[in-house]
Design a protein around this ligand. Structure first.
Ligand code: IVH
Length: 670
């Protein structure tokens, strides 16, 4: 990425600026835009330039610190032993170099220990006389934040130790992480509340650990895995054996760690987990290789930032490099305008990628993307790939930067950006074609009104002027449809019947189908229960809406704004005239107080009698609650084929009955 023409001083300044930006995004915003590998490359370039040109040294250069997550609200505590980082390697050659370096200093036989490299947040836990004294984040390596009260909410961190033989003062180091299941649940809940999603479990764990209210922390299923122990009078002078002992004292210690006799065994471990890491219940980003014998640690010592007796091997994320053809701006149903990169097709993790998201203006600026750039594409947790970086070495000299647009690409209206939101919106809600189409497509979709209508049909009907909004769907006649090329007698009858059927769906489905910004399925259910008819909801004030569980400012104002618009009131009228159900059915509240009231269910596996969606619906119809993770307040685990082994194990441990779909059926039809 170096710019060959710039002077060393200029390049150093540029790298510092870039690294500072990435540091800020990573540690403060918890929203990185480049991969660790790319970051490491930039950092290595800076370090070697600074070494080569010492006159440019600067105590505040990003190379001078290990990274910082210091936030003002927590008390700062100095680490007794600095929290260093690890040197990174990405290839067997790098590992062989490490092995050779070690062998130069410590000839003869020694053991390695291979461990998973957890992708979470580092923590230091100190214990005095067997009692947890402090939990401190890494901070800048020298001092970190005291997050003891938050850490105490993490169940896998022992508050008092078990067993015996621990030193009166010692420290353990470990990683706080959010297991995949908990992460997915958290993001689902956030999506339903219209909140920004966490980019990955690490950011979610970091964000959670820094929350000011530890009772909120307690609701998130954080975990802590210990990978190091420090102090005087430890039971052994070997890392692996000390950790085994720590497990007896009540710490959660990696079950996957292995002692390895030589580099070949290390590589075997690395290759094993490269393939199997997807089956772990949490994210790892590599493997850490350590020497087992503490006396060799003392012999090898440290560089300024990392120990010479350990190294991390990082699995590179699935990513590819390709050329940017053009950038288009896509308008969604809510009017949000997203920059999308059109790419020369490239194979990535088994599929061909042609398009990738750049999310918003901020991201485009940070990437500093130019016409014809060679870009790196990664598949994250999302299905849509994203651009994570640009290869500036390959940039054409004359290429001009690409910037965000100021008017809607579909209708030419000037875009607006609400303060505090990352996205720009096209405000022409009622005239902007992709918004009109998008709203109708959302309305007919399966989880909304479940009308069996293809996207192409929606477009055709709008183009022909047969419908303008969702209210017009109900005036469609078989004759209207038969005029269209796509339709014959039978297909026209089917579509009209499907539209007719949608009229009887519950009120919460209609509320979701209206496509009010930030009102997802779950929020729609809560709001519909609190305001059991459209008439009541139309009169609701923001303060009343705020009283509903899970409804915050953004959702409340969005609902009030929706019903305050004349055009939306017209649609509601059309739906009313057509006879679409707009209220909670009589007696439904009673029904919800059903045979499963007060009972919580987790569903896992696949079933023959019901689909998972049907099972969930049956649970809710009978007054029960669906949850995604096993905890002590779950009543039943409904298990099918391929039931999740960790769920099963956890249920057994907590004595939660595991029932089949037939047993479930008996519960509701005794
Ligand atoms: S040992 C002297 N072992 O990786 C450093 N670190 O780059 C000793 N990490 O901040 C660290 N899994 O949070 C070690 N099995 C493991 C690890 C691990 C994850 C993290 C740790 C540290 C970073 C080092």
């Amino acid at each position: 990425m170096s710019n060959k023409t710039s002077s060393p001083g200029e390049r150093i300044r540029q790298l510092r600026q870039e690294l500072d930006d990435h540091n800020y995004r990573y540690y403060v915003m918890a929203d990185p835009v480049i991969s660790d590998q790319e970051y490491d490359r930039l950092m290595n370039e800076l370090i070697s330039l600074e070494k080569e040109y010492p006159s440019y040294s600067d105590p505040s250069s990003p190379s001078q610190r290990v990274g910082s997550d210091i936030s003002r609200e927590f008390v700062q505590v100095r680490h007794k032993y600095p929290m260093l980082s690890l040197g990174n390697t990405y290839s067997r050659e790098d590992l062989a170099d490490f092995d050779n370096r070690v062998r130069k200093t410590v000839p003869g036989n020694f053991e390695y220990v291979c461990e998973l490299k957890y992708d979470g947040v580092a923590i230091s836990l100190t214990y005095i006389d067997g009692v947890l004294d402090k939990a401190i984040t890494r901070g800048d390596g020298e001092q970190g934040d005291d997050v003891t009260s938050n850490a105490k909410t993490i169940r896998s961190i022992p508050l008092k130790l078990r067993g015996s033989g621990y030193p009166s003062h010692f420290e353990v180091r470990g990683e706080i992480l959010l297991p995949s299941e908990g992460f997915e649940r958290l993001n689902r809940e956030r999506a339903d509340r219209g909140e920004n999603l966490f980019a990955n479990p690490r950011n979610a764990a970091a964000g959670t650990l820094k929350m000011q209210n530890s009772s909120l922390v307690a609701r998130r299923p954080l975990d802590c895995i210990v990978f190091g122990i420090l102090g005087d009078n430890l039971p052994f002078d070997h890392h692996f054996e000390n950790l085994q002992k720590a497990a007896e004292w009540g710490f959660k210690v990696s079950k996957q760690s292995r002692k390895c006799a030589d580099l070949d065994e290390v590589i075997e471990f690395i290759e094993h987990w490269r393939v199997h890491r997807d089956n772990l219940p949490f994210d790892i980003d590599g493997v850490v290789v350590k020497l087992n014998d503490f006396s060799l640690h003392r012999q090898l010592g440290f560089t300024a930032k990392s120990p010479r007796w350990a190294i991390s091997y990082k699995y590179s994320a699935e990513r590819a490099s390709t050329r940017l053809v053009s950038v288009t701006f896509q308008v969604g149903r809510t009017g949000a305008v997203t920059p999308v990169a059109n790419l020369e097709p490239v194979l990535l993790a088994g599929s061909t990628v042609r398009r990738a998201s750049m999310h918003n203006e901020e991201q485009m600026k940070l990437l500093d993307i130019h016409q014809g750039d060679t870009v790196y594409v990664e598949k994250g947790g999302d299905i849509i790939p994203k651009i994570v970086g640009v290869n500036r070495l390959l940039r054409q000299k004359e290429s001009s930067p690409l910037s965000y647009i100021s008017v809607c690409p579909a209708c030419g209206t000037r875009l607006v950006r609400v303060e505090g939101e990352a996205k720009h919106y096209c405000p022409a809600i009622n005239t902007c074609p992709p918004q009109i189409l998008g709203r109708i497509e959302h309305y007919v979709s399966r989880k909304a009104m479940n009308i069996n209508m293809a996207e192409a049909t929606v477009r055709l009907l709008v183009e022909k002027g047969l419908i303008e909004d969702v209210g017009d769907l109900y005036s469609l006649k078989e004759e209207d449809l038969m005029q269209l090329d796509r339709f014959a007698v039978k297909s026209s009858q089917n579509l009209v019947a499907s539209i007719e059927e949608s009229k009887t769906l519950p009120w919460n489905r209609l509320l979701y189908a209206l496509g009010i910004r930030f009102v997802g399925e779950t929020v729609a259910k809560k709001v519909a229960a609190a305001f059991p008819s459209v008439d009541k909801l139309m009169e609701a004030r923001a303060e009343e809406l705020l009283a509903i569980d899970e409804v915050g400012d953004r959702i409340a104002f969005s609902i009030v704004d929706y019903f305050s618009r004349e055009s939306n009131r017209v649609i509601i009228d059309k739906l009313r005239q057509a006879g679409v159900n707009m209220k909670q059915e009589e007696g439904l509240e009673d029904m919800v107080e059903g045979t499963l009231s007060g009972k919580k269910f987790v569903i896992s596996g696949t079933f023959t009698r019901y689909s998972r969606d049907q099972l969930k619906a049956l649970i809710e119809e009978n007054g029960g609650v669906n949850v995604s993770a096993i905890s002590s307040n779950v009543t039943y685990l409904v298990g099918g084929d391929g039931i999740g082994p960790s769920k099963l194990q956890k249920a057994k441990k907590l004595n939660i009955p595991v029932i089949s779909e037939d047993e479930f059926s008996e519960l509701i039809n005794p």
